[in-house]
Design a binder for this molecule. Structure first.
Ligand code: PGA
Length: 253
């Protein structure tokens, strides 16, 4: 049985005061004991203060990106060890906004995964197709290629989570149906089993991301291959994020 994992991707939102307010509400509303994994991923500048906000709680902190080199002349970038130094334990890699808004290549993204794992971080690796790729029947080919870039046999798979995030569902209010999500998640698991190792493929958690809300979270997370959620907009509101966490807890019982 895979333990559900819900992570909040705050993107470039919230100032420090707003983050503190959100964290206070999360601490208050979080079930105790917490039978699933929960993380929040603030912008780089807020990693340190948010680490202080989660102390003594089961909530973990993650970064939204990193640069794969250990150090050097990479103005504006941040390394895996620098993220680790803030106390953060997770990092999101390959988010569709990094791929399609900032223009990162699959090759660059692929280099980030071993760099993060080497520094002791846990990785949430995002994959997903654009609407024109889905309409052209290319969803599986696109996702397979993204898996190709990022993953190799020698990685520590126990510290990897995959997030399937169809680009057309991110921030649009258009969630994938549970059937679409299950189909893509099952494909990812089959691909990993066929290419690498059936046992790792069975153990790895695959989150769904793309307009997850409290009112669609139960249906998505009751799919057999959906092991939690990567939540953008709804993670900025304590009530919504807690509602999604409750759905993940129900999916585990
Ligand atoms: P959304 O974002 O929940 O606002 O669609 C998800 C994500 O980008 O990870």
């Amino acid at each position: 049985m895979r333990k559900p994992f819900v992570a909040g991707n705050w993107k470039m939102n919230l100032n420090l005061a707003e983050c503190r307010e959100l964290m206070a509400a999360l601490r208050k509303g979080l079930p105790d004991p917490l039978p699933i994994d929960v993380a929040v991923c603030p912008p780089f500048a807020l990693l340190f203060p948010i680490q202080g906000e989660v102390d003594g709680t089961p909530i973990k902190v993650g970064a939204q990106n990193l640069y794969p080199e250990p150090k050097g002349a990479f103005t504006g970038e941040i390394s895996a060890t620098q993220i680790r130094d803030t106390g953060a334990t997770y990092v999101i890699i390959g988010h569709s906004e990094r791929r399609h808004v900032i223009g990162e290549t699959g090759e660059l993204i692929g280099r980030k995964i071993p760099a993060a794992l080497k520094a002791g971080l846990e990785v949430i690796y995002c994959v997903g197709e654009k609407i024109e790729e889905r309409e052209a029947g290319r969803t599986e080919a696109v996702v397979a290629e993204q898996l190709n870039h990022g993953l190799t046999e020698d990685l520590d798979w126990s510290r990897l989570t995959i997030a399937y995030e169809p680009v057309w569902a991110i921030g649009t209010g258009k969630t994938a149906t549970p059937e679409q999500a299950q189909e893509a998640h099952a494909f990812i698991r089959q691909e990993l089993a066929a290419r690498y190792n059936a046992e790792w493929a069975d153990r790895i958690r695959i989150q769904y991301g793309g307009s997850v809300k409290p009112d669609n979270a139960d249906a998505l997370m009751s799919c057999p291959d959906v092991d939690g959620a990567l939540v953008g907009g709804a993670s900025l509101k304590a009530g919504d994020f807690l509602g999604i966490i409750q759905a993940a807890i129900r999916s585990a019982s």
